[in-house]
Design a protein around this ligand. Sequence first.
Ligand code: NAP
Ligand code: BLA
Length: 328
Amino acid sequence: MNKTKVRVGLVGTGYAAKQRAEALLKSEQAILVAIAGNKPENTADFAHEYTAENMSSWQELIKREDLDLIVIATINRDHGIIAHAALASGKHVIVEYPLALDLDVAQQLITLAKAQKKLLHVEHIELLGGLHQAIKQNLERLGHLFYVRYSTVNSQHPAPRKWTYQHQLFGFPLAGALSRLHRLTDLFGKVKTVNCHQRYWETAGDYFGTCFCTAQLCFASGLLAEVIYAKGEMLWVSERKFEIHGEKGGLIFDGDSGIFMQSGPIEPIELATRRGLFAQDMNMVLDHLLYDTPLYITPEESLYTLKVADAAQRAANTGLTIFLTEDL
Ligand code: NAP
Ligand code: BLA
């Protein structure tokens, strides 16, 4: 790009959008020009706080000809349709994961971005975080890996009446929370088979009160991974645990603390903070657009993980083991 500042339009006014806006405020390479939100009062407050123009809808935002880049930081259901419209109108796109809830839509977006010669970047900040970096640095010490357990359970009393507890808006749990699977595909490669069980407990209206999802992934390497993603009011204890077991040692992360275990003494492993990751992602994209520096993830990698999530959904719906052998 041959101009000094990337002109940005932002969709969303929640946590992720705020992190984006803060990063843009600090950046010399970009300017937040306009935003589109959901509830008018939230959008007005956000526009005021970041001195951005308040657009009445994402459709109006995307129509503007003075924007180079659209950042999509809104509910999962709308990622695909907004990304499509933005790419079709010639904008670069950053979208928070998941790229789309539907696998075919996600595939089409990658094709469209190529045809339009525009950047399509799917944020996967979990790859930038301390846990992932610590795992990468220590993985070789474990020898041949045979078992992984990754469990994120969020006990919430009462369950919030939020989009993250609405089927259509959040999507299938392991697609909506794609980072859970993406950590694994990034570390361990291709998946051969998937089993999954999924249950919701409903409350009044559109919302569920509890979601419990558990999947088993057999990787092409022979590694077995168990993933638990659960949230809501029927869960009595929260858990954030990542265990990796190898023939020569184990890595056990519990919350923000980690240890390396083998026959000798236990070694503590420090984790860097989870803060500042959206800003890192934002700055890498701006550098990429302006100076062609490399990015840390491709949309194809995110699409592959979405394939695994889609297989998990099919496994949960049918009770069958799903084979992903065409990608091996
Ligand atoms: P959030 O704080 O709950 O914000 C959600 C945004 O969506 C708000 O602007 C909200 O506007 C809007 N919204 C809510 N209900 C809506 C509806 N029915 N129709 C249209 N818009 C609606 O969520 P978030 O954590 O920022 O997540 C945004 C995206 O970032 C999600 O795709 C999420 O997966 C992704 N992400 C988030 C994180 C994180 O750390 N939070 C990390 C990675 C990826 P109102 O408040 O005005 O309703
Ligand atoms: C991911 N966090 C997410 C996602 C949502 C939230 C909707 C995407 C879906 C998912 O992967 O589950 C929402 N996270 C929240 C909310 C809180 C929270 C409402 O911690 C309330 C405190 N996100 C934050 C805060 C931090 C944070 C305060 O809102 C950390 C200081 C980090 N959230 C964070 C990270 C991810 C994430 C690093 C990526 C997922 C991962 O690490 O696997």
